[in-house]
Write a protein that binds this ligand. Structure first.
Ligand code: PGA
Length: 253
């Protein structure tokens, strides 16, 4: 069995100014043990990327962005592309978060293009998938999530999966304080892995890291990450506070 390195990512969403982002970063770097088993990243707003990058230098925390445009350059007013993210020091980029799918017309097709573009420019995509409460109650959660994964990975080669992460985030658990039970989450993660093994081969699927997201807190992180197919967490609200994010990292370490 492959041993997957756990990864914990903080998604700061539309929170914090540059100075607030830098202050949180400083506090986080101070609190974290210098070394540990888990990989760590934080994803501030675009305008704070450069300031946060400077504070992260020499630390074990990598930088991530919350989105990108698939084109590298051109007449795309308002967009930020892969070259800019690499330039500012990003290693990761979150793609297809449910908030983007819901409020910003992100489709499976756009997600797939963004994933390909990120990989082509040396960025590691964190691809978000997840079902609504309505879909879960209708008993369709698994086929829905598996279809999102298939769509996102359609132009991804097996070798690319070493630098890609999937985040399963049930929409009804995001920012609601309601977490999927470790058993339910594990069941979905196992289904996603089985599907990727079918589409991209057993070794690539076995090595793929699948994060859980949705109201992850220091109190529930340990139990979730103990599940065999849960390889870390994508953390929203609890990542805004350095101490609570550090406690989640400690569970992953
Ligand atoms: P939450 O957000 O931890 O605040 O539920 C998770 C996410 O949306 O990535």
């Amino acid at each position: 069995m492959t041993t997957r390195v756990p990864i914990v990512v903080g998604n700061w969403k539309l929170h914090k100014t540059v100075s607030e982002s830098v202050a949180t970063t400083d506090a986080l770097v101070d609190l974290l043990p210098k070394r540990g088993r888990a990989e760590i990243a934080v994803a501030p707003v675009f305008t704070a990327l450069m300031g946060v990058a400077a504070q992260l230098k020499g630390s074990r925390v990598a930088l991530g962005a919350q989105d990108l445009h698939w084109e590298a350059k051109g007449a795309f007013t308002g967009e930020v592309g892969p070259l800019q993210l690499v330039d500012v020091g990003c290693a990761f980029v979150i793609i297809g978060h449910s908030e983007r799918r819901e409020y910003f017309a992100e489709t499976d097709e756009r997600v797939a293009r963004k994933v390909r573009s990120a990989l082509d420019h040396g960025l590691k995509p964190i691809v978000c998938v997840g079902e609504s409460l309505q879909t879960r109650e209708a008993g369709d959660a698994e086929p829905h999530v598996v279809a999102q994964v298939d769509a996102a990975l359609q132009s991804v080669q097996p070798a690319d999966l070493a630098s890609l992460v999937i985040a399963y985030e049930p929409i009804w658990a995001i920012g609601t304080g309601r977490t999927a039970s470790p058993t339910d989450a594990e069941q979905m993660h196992a289904a996603v892995r089985a599907q990727v093994q079918r589409s991209h081969g057993v070794p690539a699927g076995e090595g793929l890291r699948i994060l859980y997201g949705g109201s992850v807190k220091p109190e529930n992180a340990g139990e979730l990450m103990l599940q065999p197919n849960i390889d870390g967490a994508l953390v929203g609200g609890a990542s805004l506070d350095a101490a609570s994010f550090a406690a989640i990292v400690a569970a992953a370490d």
